[in-house]
Design a protein around this ligand. Structure first.
Ligand SMILES: [Fe+2]
Length: 298
C-alpha cells in the first residue's frame, strides 16, 4: 500500500513542434498529438503549447483509495488544501506552484533484465533500431525553497528521503533511488526528466544518436552518478529542460524499501563517480538560470 511511481508529467512549452520532434527522436512514441508513451509506462509525457516553459501537472500513482484518504489527511495537518474527485486527489505544492495529482493506478512490472550479448556474433552490438525508453523514472524540479517543498512530498505524499546531492533532496517511492528531486533555483523550473533504458549500451546508443546532427543538444555524459549509482547522459530539449537516459543495475538489487535510506555517517558524495569531460563548466544549469539577473540600476 502506498504511492509507488510517477505516472506522467504535463508540460507547457513555447515551441511545441520542435519539442515534440525532440521527444520522438529521443525514442518516445507519440500516440496522439503531444502525447508520448514509453514501452512499459504507457503515456507518460503530455506536451501543450504555452507562452513560457511550465510544469502544468505531475501525476503520481497510489495503490488504493485508502492511500488517497491518508494523503488528504496529512495535507490537512500541513495546512495544504487538496481536492478529491473521481480523478484522484489534487493539491498544489505551495513553493513551486506545481499541481500534483495522486490517483489509483496499477504498479508496473519489474524492469526487464539488461540486454547483454548472447553469442559471439558481434553484429548483435550494432543497434539498428531507435532506443525505446522503458519508463519515466524521475522528475527534477527547481524551486526557491527546497526544504519547504520537501514537506509536501515527504510529510504529505509519503515519499522517502534517499540523499541530499548539490543541496537538493532526492526522494523515492520504493526501490528506485529517486523519483522526485528538488533542486535550489531562483524560480520554478523543470530541471530534467529521466527515462530508464535497458542498459549502458542503450544510453550510449541513444545519446550519440541524439547529438549526431545536433551537437547543441549535448549537456553531459556518459557518466555515472555517485549517490544513486545511475549511469547517465543528459540532453538539452528545445524548451530548455534536460532529458536523461539512465540505467542502474542497483535499482534491481534494491528490493527493500529501506535500501536507499540516508546513512547519517556517510560523507556527501560527488555528483558523478566518473563522467566524460563536460563541454560547459556548469553542464546541468538550465538556460533559464544562466541569464544574468538584472538589477534596478542596469
Ligand atoms: Fe537524473
Amino acid at each position: 500500500m502506498g504511492v509507488h511511481r510517477v505516472i506522467s508529467l504535463v508540460r507547457e512549452v513555447p515551441n511545441l513542434p520542435l519539442t515534440c520532434a525532440f521527444y520522438t527522436e529521443f525514442g518516445l512514441r507519440e500516440t496522439s498529438p503531444g502525447t508520448f508513451a514509453t514501452e512499459v509506462g504507457g503515456e507518460q509525457l503530455f506536451l501543450r503549447s504555452g507562452d513560457v516553459p511550465r510544469i502544468a501537472e505531475l501525476n503520481i500513482a497510489a495503490d488504493a483509495d485508502a492511500d488517497l484518504d491518508a494523503i488528504a489527511q496529512r495535507f490537512e495537518e500541513l495546512g495544504i488544501a487538496s481536492v478529491r474527485s473521481d480523478a484522484g486527489l489534487e493539491a498544489t505544492e505551495p513553493v513551486s506552484g506545481v499541481l500534483v495529482r495522486v490517483s489509483v493506478a496499477d504498479r508496473l512490472p519489474r524492469d526487464p533484465a539488461p540486454t547483454v550479448p548472447t553469442s559471439v556474433d558481434r553484429t548483435d552490438l550494432v543497434q539498428r533500431e531507435p532506443v525505446r525508453p522503458l519508463r519515466l523514472g524521475h522528475v527534477v524540479i527547481g524551486c526557491t525553497d527546497v526544504e519547504e517543498a520537501k514537506r509536501f512530498f515527504i510529510d504529505g505524499i509519503g515519499m522517502r528521503l534517499s540523499d541530499y546531492v548539490i543541496g537538493g533532496p532526492f526522494m523515492r517511492f520504493e526501490t528506485d533511488h529517486h523519483n522526485v528531486v528538488l533542486l535550489p533555483a531562483p524560480m520554478t523550473l523543470l530541471h530534467h526528466t529521466a527515462w530508464k533504458v535497458r542498459g549502458v549500451d542503450e544510453i550510449g546508443y541513444g545519446g550519440s544518436r541524439m547529438i549526431e546532427n545536433h551537437p547543441e543538444r549535448h549537456a553531459w555524459g556518459l557518466g555515472r552518478h555517485a549517490a544513486s549509482a545511475n549511469y547517465f547522459w543528459y540532453l538539452k530539449d528545445p524548451a530548455g529542460s534536460f532529458s536523461e537516459y539512465y540505467y542502474s543495475e542497483m535499482d534491481g538489487l534494491a528490493d527493500s524499501p529501506y535500501f536507499w535510506d540516508p546513512d547519517p555517517g556517510s560523507e556527501e558524495l560527488p555528483v558523478a563517480a566518473w563522467a566524460s569531460p563536460a563541454l560547459h563548466d556548469r553542464p546541468l544549469v538550465p538556460e533559464a538560470m544562466r541569464a544574468p539577473i538584472l538589477t534596478a540600476d542596469q
